[in-house]
Design a protein. Structure first.
Lengths: 247, 183, 359
């Protein structure tokens, strides 16, 4: 069995994430894959706003922190001027699917050659658990105290499904981080996305279903069960687009 | 010596290209020139106006209201700008579109020429701008006839055969009219 | 020196940017600045640069933010309504201490306003380009040539200060065609990339990061340092033209296109024996305070603020230097109606000949 040690891309400081939060696992997976690909110095993390921004405290590689929702735009400027870099944006659901919807769809549609890692925990964590565009129907948040009602708030947005309708993206996939199997698949998916980017194939998108014990008001274990019974049936894991296979 | 020109009419009448061509010709002759287009929201058929200032010295303001030479290509432009020509200036009107002008400014030399018809005569409505410049060259000393002919030669030397001849022909027609008004 | 060309202001700016080292542009179409992105869309690829037509003003300025972080000389351009949308990104550029060039070819306002030229964005440019109380150097050229010279060197200021630079011109200057002399291409080398940049082309082998987020004491320190920088601009970087002010009894203050119309009027009024002069701010921020403050008010009978916008927006900055020592008058046209030689002459004549005009 391989030795489990701290990634060199994770700085020697506390993550800032709540106990049981899968954000820290998600960033761990990303850092492991970058190391495995030997891209530590060449990688550049575009850090968005929300809990994802806690990356600022402990990401040990090059990073640029940007405005809320604008990571795909900033990554466009980065990658266009330094195409040799391994560039990825790390975004949450409010950042990507609400305020940054225009930026993510347009960058995907242009086929920008970078990777977006999308951590979907169905809530605005950092601001205290408000409704996100991905909050499930009936899910209680501080702005949907009786549960999300589609009559006034619409339905949870399925970003993989949306992005996979576009012509340009080359890899679009969703994984759930609430099981060892899901974690293993996610790691392979992230690796595939980065490899495609390094080959210059174009836009790659990896959605990771995560949790929020604090704002869901559950224990970490309860969140993993909730994901099985509620999140995964709605946000179905799978590869939505893979132009290498599809063609 | 400083001279100002206002070209006005509607989009498609060669207003802007007449202005640019005249200004460019002046610069090619070693003079100074500014060209300022005014634009509306329409891509086609809206009102068109541009102001050209040509001078032997560098140009301070490109925004005269009153001009030495007013070129009006349709009735709307006539109604809007006819009082902007200076005393002693030239008012050049397209008589194909301005058939019954009222209240002509007394102090100006009025040149009424069937610019649209003349352009069709030389073979293309788009030649109107060169006819206008021909008239202005004939009536004033803004740019020399010979220099402008050379710049037409340069501009159209690689174009389809016949285009250069058409433009030279348009220029001659214009100059012929303009010379009658030369002071 | 370089070659002379008869060029549209917007295109001259675009070419000057390329020669000044610009290798990234992102923008969104808006009149009256469209020739800038149109020109750069084909010109930048010729020199190994990149052009992106952004999905919005907001995205465009954030693309510039990303490129600037790599040490790439980057710019965006727009007009008032679009600059408002870019306000977020410009504020972040200032926060993250990233150099970039923003060009505003201004039009009538507020709101969608008019697509015709106006000088309606002075206050936005000089007081609050975005939230958070930062400033950018604001240059206001009055000819295509001066715009070329300023844009060519814009990144020298931006990189010196690690701060965005704004060039403010109205739609007249963007669309005017006049002669310009173009400077030679600046050759920029990878090894000269600033050490703070996230590029590794300069050989950096340690972790680099750029963020607009700071802890309280660090942010306070940066705010204070920015304040010091603005003071230093006032000492070192004010650009201003004085025209016939030595004996002037009336002093016009005008920038950009308004200054050219005013100068024409002043030349004509001088021929009539009126002692009129002009102070023309070339930098609107830092504002040429001393030039106005140190006028001899035992001789100067009035200051005339001429702007292509109503009400005049520079007036408060002028009054803070005049301090009631003489009347301040204003004249302008607005909404896309242009100033013209005759109108400005009349307005100044009324004032200097003792006619009444609202002060």
């Amino acid at each position: 069995m391989a030795e489990y040690k701290r990634s060199t891309l994770i700085a020697d400081s506390p993550s800032g994430y709540c106990p049981g939060c899968l954000h820290s696992l998600a960033t761990r997976l990303v850092s492991d894959v970058i190391e495995e690909l030997g891209q530590g110095d060449n990688s550049l993390n575009v850090i968005s706003v929300g809990c994802s921004a806690l990356n600022i405290l402990y990401w040990g590689g090059d990073f640029l922190s940007v405005a809320h929702g604008r990571a795909p735009a900033a990554a466009t400027g980065i990658k266009r001027s330094n195409p040799e870099r391994l560039v990825f944006a790390y975004q949450g659901d409010g950042d990507l699917a609400a305020i940054g919807l225009s930026e993510i769809m347009s960058a995907a549609n242009r086929g920008e050659n970078f990777t977006v890692i999308f951590a979907n925990n169905q809530t605005y964590g950092m601001t205290g658990g408000q409704m996100a565009p991905t909050t499930l129907i009936g899910q209680k948040t501080t702005t949907t105290v009786y549960g999300r009602d589609p009559a006034t708030t619409g339905y949870p947005m399925k970003m993989c499904e949306l992005i996979s309708t576009l012509e340009a993206p080359c890899y679009v996939a969703r994984f759930a981080l609430n099981s060892p199997k899901g974690v293993r698949e996610a790691r392979a998916g992230i690796k595939k996305a980065f490899e495609l980017q390094l080959q210059g194939k174009g836009f790659t998108f990896v959605e990771l279903l995560t949790n929020c014990p604090t704002n869901w008001k559950m224990t970490p274990l309860q969140t993993l069960d909730y994901m099985n019974t509620n999140t995964i049936p709605y946000f179905k894991p799978g590869v939505y687009k893979d132009t290498e296979v599809d063609k | 010596m400083k001279q100002s020109f206002v070209f006005s009419g509607s989009g498609g009448q060669g207003i802007m290209s007449a202005g640019i061509t005249l200004a460019q010709a002046a610069i090619d002759m070693g003079k100074h020139a500014t060209y300022l287009p005014e634009y509306g929201p329409e891509q086609r058929g809206g009102s068109a106006k541009c102001t050209v200032v040509i001078s032997d010295e560098s140009i301070v303001s490109p925004l005269p209201k009153l001009c030495d030479n007013l070129i009006v290509m349709n009735e709307q432009a006539y109604a809007k700008f006819v009082w902007d020509v200076k005393d002693g200036g030239i008012l050049l009107m397209n008589s194909c579109r301005i058939t019954d002008p009222e209240d002509l400014p007394e102090g100006a030399t009025v040149i009424s020429a069937p610019v649209d018809d003349l352009a069709l005569e030389v073979g293309n409505a788009k030649a109107a701008n060169i006819i206008l410049i021909g008239i202005l060259i004939g009536a004033t000393d803004v740019v020399s006839e010979e220099a402008f002919r050379l710049s037409l030669n340069e501009k159209f030397k690689d174009k389809k055969p016949g285009i250069l001849e058409m433009n030279l022909n348009a220029l001659e027609k214009g100059i012929e009219i303009g010379k009658k008004y030369k002071k | 020196m370089g070659e002379k060309k008869f060029m549209k202001g917007n295109e001259a700016i675009a070419e000057a940017a390329v020669r000044g080292g610009c290798r990234f542009f992102a923008g969104y179409p808006i009149t009256p600045q469209n020739e800038i992105p149109e020109y750069l869309s084909w010109r930048l690829p010729e020199v190994g640069g990149s052009y992106v037509q952004g999905e919005s003003e907001i995205a465009s300025v954030n693309m510039v933010y990303g490129a600037a972080a790599m040490g790439t000389r980057a710019m965006t351009s727009s007009s008032g309504p679009g600059i408002s949308l870019k306000a977020e990104g410009i504020s972040y550029l200032a926060a993250a201490m990233l150099p970039a060039l923003i060009v505003n070819i201004s039009r009538g306002g507020p709101g969608l306003g008019s697509i015709q030229p106006a000088q309606s964005d002075y206050l936005q440019a000089t007081k609050a380009l975005g939230h958070g109380g930062f400033h950018a150097m604001v240059f206001a050229p009055n000819s295509a040539q001066e715009a070329v010279d300023i844009v060519y060197d814009a990144w020298e200021y931006a990189e010196r200060d690690r701060n965005p630079v704004l060039v403010l011109m109205d739609g007249c200057l963007g669309n005017i065609m006049e002669e310009v002399e173009l400077p030679p291409m600046k050759e920029l080398k990878d090894e000269d990339l600033p050490e703070w940049s996230l590029s590794r082309r300069n050989g950096r082998d340690y972790q680099g990061n750029i963020t607009p987020i700071y802890t309280e004491l660090i942010l306070e320190g940066l705010n204070a340092a920015a304040g010091e920088m603005y003071k230093a601009w006032e000492e070192d970087d004010v650009k201003v033209e004085e025209f016939m002010t030595e004996d002037a009894e009336y002093v016009v203050v005008a920038y950009g296109i308004a200054s050219r119309v005013a100068k024409e009027a002043i030349i004509n009024l001088r021929e009539q024996g009126f002692k009129v002069g002009m102070i023309r701010p070339i930098t609107l921020f830092p504002f040429p305070k001393a030039n106005i403050k140190n006028l001899d008010y035992s001789r100067v009978k009035g200051i005339i603020d001429i702007e292509m916008t109503i009400p005049a927006q520079m007036r408060e900055d002028i009054e803070l230097q005049v301090l009631g020592r003489c009347p301040v008058y204003e004249y302008g046209r607005s909404g896309g109606v242009l100033l013209d030689d005759e109108g400005v002459y009349e307005a100044i004549y009324e004032i200097v000949s003792g006619g009444e005009i609202d002060g």
